[in-house]
Design a protein around this ligand. Structure first.
Ligand SMILES: [Mn+2]
Length: 457
């Protein structure tokens, strides 16, 4: 069954490869439109690399959100082939009206719109494959270019970049499943992807060890994640010099560190997916995704794109500076949340800020706050950031709460509608925009709805 679904998806994706190939032969400049997060940037990178290798040309635009107006504007552009990656499925109705050929390589939810003959829609959901867990936008894009070039010379070397997108969308959960697994196999078969067991702390060869620990968000470690002083104290206590880089530790010290970290969170030791021949800071695919994410979050999408396209040297230095800035903000945010805590209601908790720096990291610090046990995990958390007349809400909860009946996507969708806002998402993570003046009423309604969900479970 699973194989049959995957087979149908691959067949559709092969049609995309054929279509791209035809336009490259005709010397058409291919128009790529992609999303500004790590997945979207990897997706655009996968496609752009493939086209370039085949001698084709492209023109790329990165958007934070694809709005109907954007789609209408794009439809007026004189290109023969458009590729939407990590976005587009939600706008199939509008895209069907394009006069040119279009490939949509997405993994977001689909509705029941059928695509017209000149549209190739590559999306796992169409084939009953869960696009939130089993294939990313970069993955859909990868499958769409996988068969470009002649047999020997296909695009399996781009598999790791596709997995960077999957890491960016947090599809790695103790391993990859479904269509992502096929991409892993491609990378291993080609020979540039390697999997080994190691400590999953970040920037091992860049930062002093205490910073590596404090900057490690996934998995979170109670007392260390987001806490520079806590990390220093921990290392002092176990007798390891905190100013040294992980890669400069003696083997025995690495063993001591590993044992002590596993006591805090066993998930800290596990599979690392890497490209050994890559620049050290991008070698670990998960860390590669963090760097692209930092570019996207700081509105430096051109920079992220050029890295995904293979530029290193100065581009990478610039991206690392952005990451440094982002990490400083995160530490500041974690200190704030540790100091202030969350405001408690009966069934939810929330944090609110008007501070510019805090607002930009609020969603991350509240979910990391729960994972690092700074905040209670027995109530969903909403982080609220004021944007002019509205409040931007991001909500997170845990698997345990979902089992108790909580579905944040539904709650934020229904509650925001009641106040003329909009919202939605997944059961575990969701978002909304509501008018600022309705914030208290909104919070009360969310609290009631969560109570209702739990009591009716
Ligand atoms: Mn995505």
């Amino acid at each position: 069954m699973t194989h049959k679904k995957q087979h149908s998806l691959l067949n559709k994706a092969n049609e995309a490869s054929d279509m791209i190939s035809k336009h490259i032969k005709d010397d058409h400049v291919i128009r790529i439109i992609s999303h500004n997060d790590a997945d979207g940037l990897s997706a655009a990178g996968v496609i752009a690399n493939a086209i370039k290798e085949e001698g084709g040309q492209f023109h790329t635009t990165i958007l934070s959100r694809l709005k109907p107006e954007d789609v209408k504007e794009l439809s007026k552009e004189k290109y023969n082939l458009f590729i939407f990656s990590d976005m587009g499925s939600a706008h199939l109705k509008l895209i069907n009206k394009f006069k040119s050929e279009v490939i949509i390589a997405d993994h977001h939810q689909v509705d029941d719109t059928e695509s017209e003959d000149h549209i190739i829609h590559v999306n796992p959901h169409i084939y009953g494959i869960d696009g939130s867990k089993e294939l990313s936008g970069a993955g859909s894009s990868y499958l769409s270019i996988r068969n470009l070039g002649d047999g020997e010379n296909n695009k399996k070397h781009l598999a790791p970049l596709a997995l960077v997108g999957a890491f960016g969308d947090m599809q790695f959960n103790d391993g990859f499943i479904g269509a992502n697994e096929l991409i892993v196999e491609d990378g291993i078969e080609f020979g540039n992807l390697e999997i080994h067991q190691d400590l999953k702390i970040v920037s091992k060869n860049q930062e002093p060890l205490y910073k590596s620990l404090a900057y490690t968000l996934n998995p979170a470690m109670p007392g260390l994640t987001g806490d520079l002083e806590g990390s220093m104290g921990f290392l002092e206590k176990i007798g390891i010099s905190y100013g040294i880089k992980f890669t400069d530790l003696e083997d025995e010290e690495k063993d001591v560190l590993k044992d002590e970290l596993i006591k805090l969170n066993p998930d800290i030791f596990g599979s690392i997916y890497s490209v050994p021949k890559e620049n050290p800071v991008l070698r670990n695919l998960e860390e590669y995704s963090y760097i692209l994410d930092a570019c996207g979050k700081n509105k430096k999408t051109g920079l992220g794109l050029s890295i995904a396209f293979g530029e290193r040297a100065e581009a990478l230095d610039a991206a690392l500076n952005l990451q440094k800035k982002y990490r400083d903000q995160l530490i500041k945010g974690m200190e704030w949340i540790k100091r202030e805590g969350a405001v408690q209601m009966d069934f939810i908790q929330y944090v609110y800020s008007e501070d510019k720096v805090l607002k930009s990291v609020m969603g991350t610090i509240s979910s990391v706050g729960i994972a690092a046990e700074i905040l209670d995990s027995d109530k969903p958390i909403l982080s609220m950031a004021r944007m002019h007349n509205d409040v931007k809400v991001s909500g997170r909860t845990t698997r345990d709460m979902i089992e108790k009946g909580v579905d944040l996507g539904k709650v934020l969708h229904d509650s925001s509608l009641s106040f003329g806002g909009q919202g939605g998402g997944h059961d575990i993570a969701a978002g909304a925009m509501v008018p600022y003046k309705e914030m208290d009423n909104f919070l009360n309604l969310v609290n009631d709805m969560v109570e209702h969900q739990i009591e009716n479970n």
